[in-house]
Design a protein around this ligand. Structure first.
Ligand code: FAD
Length: 491
């Protein structure tokens, strides 16, 4: 281990500097750092404070826009916010916190450079810790899931899935084998929260539109299945609107299976608890989230679900100088009548918590009184595809076009920076005037494939015809079916 270069107070005569370390560059990490750099501007300018943000990616992802990015309504680069641009007064370290020893006020961090140099992780010391690594997909020990499933939490997954779906349509259109065609056109989504429902609804809408450009595919040929273990979907919009969403999806021929679980997906066959079996090449897993693994490597207190135990001031319980919010934090819900209720892991709480979090850090540094976080859940909006939606906000229930409009207006108001708002609005306006984009750019994921072929290496196994979004490659029979030079063409 080497010490971070930027060790405080090393130059004689310089004042001691308070270093605030922010772990995570998502909602909580970015918004907290943004607010801190505004509030602490004088201290930052005088060199009395320093904010260091450690994040694996140089951008924050606005996750509620991922379904629209998958549908092609928003470009991937407009779903993300560049950290270096918005956090101009912070030091950005692109890396991953591997462990945190709060007793020693030290985080162990790996970066691309440490991996390349083989020098081992660096230790970053701090005075105040904001720990906000969010959550990851909560998987279950379902046979085959780790091999064939794909999540829907990152921009890479969303765009990979879009390319994959269109590619499956290309495969189905060019194969003569009905079994391959059937599996290619079967799309299974597990989990009926907003991530799963919105992703399925947007992709189905996009694929339905795209199918009109294929001479031998009809929208009815595509089979979309939503598997949900509970008896309802979209709990965020309430029971009545959840029932409406089920009706709306079923009216589009989407097979919504409630009180059903995925039992296995070995050999690319999704087997459900109701006994049905679906050969498929697309299995999207959005059945909940669990706290980021780094939390387990800290000496901070966790609750039984692995979230950081926090109080309503967003301070980690039982220790000093550690703060948390968002998906990683178990924050008491002061507005709930239920004893012991915690704030749900969603953006609505995450964003509002950052305000209190940053204010409290500044207050603690300046010896001022702190505030408590209390926000009554306002309800939610969800898109069910272009011009379709469902909403339940402040007791008002909306469905169809008005709900979809509200969904767009709400998220446009929430996406960070004026720059992103303008770009997203321009894209929506243009896509209203012109036809939808229907291409798969899966080959972007393998930019060297053509050159390797030209250089005599032959097309690599993961060549431009990507099938990896939902698992490893098929056997030789299927590879020839997807349009390789020797494969059968047309039907
Ligand atoms: C598809 C989708 C749609 C959604 N739609 C909605 C919606 O409509 N409304 C709503 O309220 N909520 C929605 N959510 C949930 C919402 O996005 C999350 O609740 C919110 O992002 C939580 O913020 P966070 O900062 O805690 O975590 P995140 O925003 O996930 O940020 C965590 C960050 O920490 C980084 N990180 C992880 N581990 C480490 C480490 N070891 N070191 C350094 N950095 C690390 C991650 O890479 C990430 O950048 C949606 C989520 C998804 C996936």
């Amino acid at each position: 281990m080497v010490k971070a270069a930027n060790t405080r107070g090393t130059t004689p005569g310089t004042p001691p500097r308070t270093r605030i370390l922010v772990v995570g560059g998502g909602y909580v990490g970015m918004y907290t750092a943004l607010r801190l750099q505004r509030k602490l501007k004088p201290e930052l300018e005088r060199g009395e404070a320093e904010i260091v943000v450690v994040a694996p990616d140089p951008y924050m992802t606005y996750q509620p826009f991922l379904p629209e990015a998958a549908a092609g309504s928003i470009s991937p680069r407009h779903v993300v916010v560049p950290l270096r641009r918005v956090l101009g007064r912070c030091t950005i370290v692109i890396g991953e916190a591997k462990a945190v020893d709060h007793a020693k006020r030290t985080a162990t961090v790996t970066t691309l450079a440490t991996e390349e140099e083989g020098a081992g992780a660096v230790e970053i010391t701090y005075d105040e810790l904001v720990i906000a690594p969010g959550s990851i997909s909560r998987t279950l020990p379902v046979p085959g899931l780790a091999d064939f499933g794909i999540g829907f939490k990152t921009v890479e997954e969303a765009i990979g899935l879009r390319n994959h779906v269109i590619e499956q349509m290309d495969i189905a259109s060019s194969t003569r084998d009905p079994a391959i065609r059937d599996a290619a056109l079967t799309f299974v989504f597990v989990g009926g929260g907003y991530a799963g429902v919105e992703a399925l609804a947007e992709l189905e809408d996009m694929a339905r539109y795209t199918s009109r450009y294929y001479h031998n595919l009809k929208p009815e040929d595509l089979k979309w299945i939503l598997v949900e273990a509970q008896g309802r979907i979209l709990p965020e919009v309430g029971e009545q609107m959840g029932r409406y969403a089920v009706r709306e999806l079923r009216a589009r021929n989407i097979d919504v299976r409630l009180e059903t679980r995925l039992d296995s997906c070995e050999d690319r066959v999704a087997v459900l608890s109701d006994g049905s079996r679906f050969p498929t090449r697309t299995l999207v897993w959005t059945a909940g989230v669990k706290p980021a693994p780094v939390l387990a490597t800290t000496d901070l207190p966790l609750n039984e679900r692995g979230r950081l135990k926090c109080n309503a001031r967003l301070a980690v319980e039982g220790v000093e100088h550690a703060w948390a919010a968002g998906d990683a934090a178990a924050v008491p819900d002061l507005t709930s009548d239920e004893p012991g209720a915690e704030c749900a892991p969603n953006a609505q709480h995450a964003v509002r918590q950052t305000k209190v979090l940053a204010e409290n850090i500044v207050a603690s540094l300046r010896g001022a009184p702190m505030q408590e976080y209390a926000h009554k859940y306002a309800g939610s909006v969800a898109s069910l595809g272009l011009h379709k939606g469902v909403a339940h906000v402040y007791g008002r229930k909306l469905k169809g076009y008005p709900a979809w409009l509200m969904h767009r207006a709400y998220h446009l108001s929430r996406v960070p920076t004026l720059n992103r708002k303008a770009r997203v609005l321009a894209e929506w306006t243009l896509s209203g005037l012109f036809k939808r984009e229907i291409v798969s750019l899966g080959s972007l994921e393998h930019p060297r494939a053509e050159f390797e072929l030209a250089a005599g290496g032959g097309r690599p196994a993961n060549g431009s015809k990507d099938q990896s979004a939902a698992g490893p490659k098929e056997g030789p029979e299927e590879q020839s079916a997807d349009g390789s030079p020797d494969g059968p063409k047309g039907t």
